[in-house]
Every structure is written in structure tokens, then in C-alpha cells.
Design a protein around this ligand. Sequence first.
Ligand code: ZN
Length: 54
Amino acid sequence: MLVICEECSKKYNIDESKMKGERARFTCQECGHIIVVEKQAGGPAAAPDAAAPQ
Ligand SMILES: [Zn+2]
């Protein structure tokens, strides 16, 4: 997943599978800003459940 530093706009490609919890934080190598990454919801969000009457 793509993460962008709020301070310097550097882009990081974070592997979500390596995140143990719901969120992780790391230091931007460019500016030293602490970037907090939250996992994005993986499952189908509010999928319309088509319960057709027969
Ligand atoms: Zn930065």
C-alpha cells in the first residue's frame, strides 16, 4: 500500500502483510517525520446483499 509522508511528500510502498497490528509507525528517511500507517479495511465494505425474493 502506498504511504505518503505528510511533511515532505515522499512516497513509501508499505507491505501490509508485514504489519502486525492495525497500525504501524516509522520514521521518514527524508525529513524524520513520524509516519503513522493504518491498515486499510480489507474486506468487502457494505457489499449490497442481493436477497432476491425467489
Ligand atoms: Zn518526510
